[in-house]
Design a protein around this ligand. Structure first.
Ligand code: PLP
Length: 387
């Protein structure tokens, strides 16, 4: 019998059975009325999740393709852009913007720090005439969630477009595309959207679309206007063959998310974050990610003493069938990250914590056995929320 496994990483995340079932149906052709209706519904549901009236562009690509589309559509060679980076994914904006020949003004923080609106406003004023500000909502490598609403409010009026990587936050953390004035918001199917990897979604404001139409840049597959032209047809289509199966999955996943209710989902994620942090602290471990209710996507835990996080993750996987993630870059081996977004309930979190507790105790570290789950359930509070 294949062993049961838990996928407790901040992407990919577990897929609900109804989503898997939607993807298991016989394949349909993408130029049929049937597929077009599902695409139209998925796009409408996406706009609800994004809280936007703007158009949302769908790409068959990983999330990074959606990020690349923002740079490719907006930035001509030599354009000045501000990129805020406090971790692996902020660095990706900088690398991407450099690849397209932008004049990049980086606003860099130590990994684990939280970007401040004042710093971004100051960098923007210094830069003078920046075309766009690139932000990361949830920096998945550190567990920090930035206050994108506050930062965007400080960028407003500068003439710069606000571009947000919300790949690991959309659907888990409150995000108001229109109310916060976010011009471009990128998400990916495999994080809080509970679908396998392979789709990127990008909301594009009228200002961003106008800027893209004015920008003479080389782009084809990732050209927003080309995709939108097809999506705007009476019965929406895609310009190229999409990952048809994944669109069915995404549509089913968004139905589940909207049935739970966005605010209820945000609340569940706050409580899952509380549970995970409380469990880690109860067994005597130190948090790397912030110990606050904004940190709902992933909990990053420091490994005690000389304990090698890579070995811990391997043991948790081999002995307990639970997949956790390690640190990136300089944090490799130093932290263990437990993801808790999407199709996750508090018992998934207690399972991950208990496995970590057992492995660390067996390694001879002085973690206390048997306390993490109790503390996590206590911090989760109230009734168990089923997903
Ligand atoms: C996962 C993730 C990405 C990258 O997405 P891919 O689908 O791997 O290309 C980018 N940014 C953040 C914040 C992420 O969590």
């Amino acid at each position: 019998m294949p062993s049961k496994r838990y996928l407790m990483t901040p992407g990919p995340t577990p897929v609900p059975p109804a989503v898997a079932a939607a993807m298991a149906r016989p394949l349909v052709h993408h130029r049929t009325a049937e597929f077009r209706a599902v695409l139209a519904r998925a796009l409408a549901r996406l706009r609800e999740v994004y809280r936007t009236d703007a158009e949302v562009v769908l790409f068959t690509s990983s999330g990074t393709g959606g990020m690349e589309s923002a740079v490719a559509n907006l930035c001509e060679r030599g354009d000045r852009v501000v990129c805020v980076s406090a971790g692996n994914f902020g660095e990706r904006w900088i690398t991407l913007a450099h690849a397209y020949g932008c004049d990049v003004v980086p606003v860099r923080y130590e990994w684990g720090e939280t970007p401040a609106a004042d710093d971004v406003a100051a960098a923007l004023a210094d830069a003078g005439g920046a075309k766009a500000v690139f932000l990361t909502h949830s920096e998945t490598s550190t567990g920090v969630v930035a206050d994108v609403g506050e930062i965007a409010a400080r960028v407003a009026g500068s003439g710069a477009l606000v571009v947000v990587d919300a790949i690991s936050s959309l659907g888990a953390v409150p995000l108001e595309t229109d109310a916060w004035g976010l011009d471009v918001v990128v998400a990916g199917s495999q994080k809080a959207l509970m679908t396998p990897p392979g789709l990127a979604t990008v909301s594009v404001s009228e200002a961003a679309l106008a800027a893209a139409n004015d920008a003479a840049t080389a782009r084809f597959y990732f050209d927003w206007e080309r995709v939108l032209k097809a999506q705007r047809e009476d019965r929406p289509a895609t310009p190229f063959t999409p990952a048809i199966t994944l669109v069915y999955g995404l549509d089913a996943a968004l139905e589940i998310l909207l049935a739970e209710g966005l605010d209820a989902a945000f609340d569940r994620h706050v409580r899952l974050g509380r549970a995970c942090r409380a469990g880690a602290k109860a067994m005597g471990l130190e948090l790397f990610s912030p110990d606050d209710d904004r940190s709902v996507v992933v909990t990053a835990i420091r490994m005690p003493g000389e304990v090698d996080g890579v070995a811990v993750i391997r043991a948790v996987s081999e002995r307990h069938g639970i997949t956790l993630e390690g640190g990136r870059g300089a944090l490799a081996g130093k932290i263990v990250r437990i993801g808790h977004i999407g199709y996750v309930d508090v018992f998934d979190v207690t399972a991950a914590l208990t496995a970590l507790e057992q492995v660390l105790a067996d390694l001879g570290t002085d973690v206390e056995r048997g306390v993490a789950a109790a503390a996590a359930l206590e911090a989760f509070g109230g009734e168990a929320v089923r997903v």
